[in-house]
Write a protein that binds this ligand. Structure first.
Ligand SMILES: NC(=O)c1ccc[n+]([C@@H]2O[C@H](COP(=O)([O-])OP(=O)(O)OC[C@H]3O[C@@H](n4cnc5c(N)ncnc54)[C@H](OP(=O)(O)O)[C@@H]3O)[C@@H](O)[C@H]2O)c1
Length: 147
């Protein structure tokens, strides 16, 4: 079984990626910074030998904490370049605010926001053999946020 390490996987886009990769047969390592309850919920939902690792990236010793206990990593998901996505990070200004949502949508050519699950679909492709000949590129999965 291949192992996928997903940073920031307790909530939002990382959570969706972890669950998608677990569904595709990966053992997922669910990294989180503070929210242990959320991380454990993802682990339970993922199954397949998933486990959580607390490591607040950007702080001293975090990378060592992340690597500790890992026997192997086949796929590392540490980077996304989304448009605006309705996750906790945007909850304060976006949720329950129709004007803010209309503004957010207006910034995306597809006329809507990408969901975490749709971004996870793209990650799943890149983590699969179906993208075996793809090298060094950034895939725009922003619902047209960069157009
Ligand atoms: N959503 C957007 O519109 C948007 C747009 C552009 C870029 N991004 C970037 O995409 C990434 C994911 O965003 P999101 O919307 O999924 O955010 P989110 O729903 O707020 O989730 C953030 C996740 O990252 C974890 N995290 C935060 N700081 C961390 C650290 N120092 N080390 C390890 N884990 C950490 C959190 O862990 P805890 O649960 O433990 O706090 C949580 O699992 C972020 O880097 C964000 O800046 C998002």
């Amino acid at each position: 079984m291949k192992t996928a390490l997903v940073t920031g996987a307790s909530r939002g886009i990382g959570r969706a990626v972890a669950l998608r990769l677990a569904a595709d047969g990966f053992r997922v390592v669910v990294n989180y910074a503070r929210d242990e309850v959320a991380a454990k919920e993802v682990v339970a939902a993922a199954g397949g030998g998933a486990f959580a690792v607390r490591a607040e990236l950007g702080t001293p010793g975090a990378v060592e904490a992340l690597a500790d206990g890992l026997d192997r990593v086949d796929v590392l998901v540490n980077n996304v370049a989304p448009g605006i996505v309705d996750t906790d990070i945007n909850a304060g200004w976006l949720r329950g605010n129709p004007e803010a949502m209309a503004y957010a949508v207006s910034r995306h050519a597809l006329g809507r926001l990408a969901t975490p699950e749709e971004i996870a679909d793209v990650v799943a492709f890149l983590a699969s053999e179906r993208s075996a000949v793809v090298t060094g590129t950034t895939v725009d999965a922003t619902a047209g946020g960069e157009l």
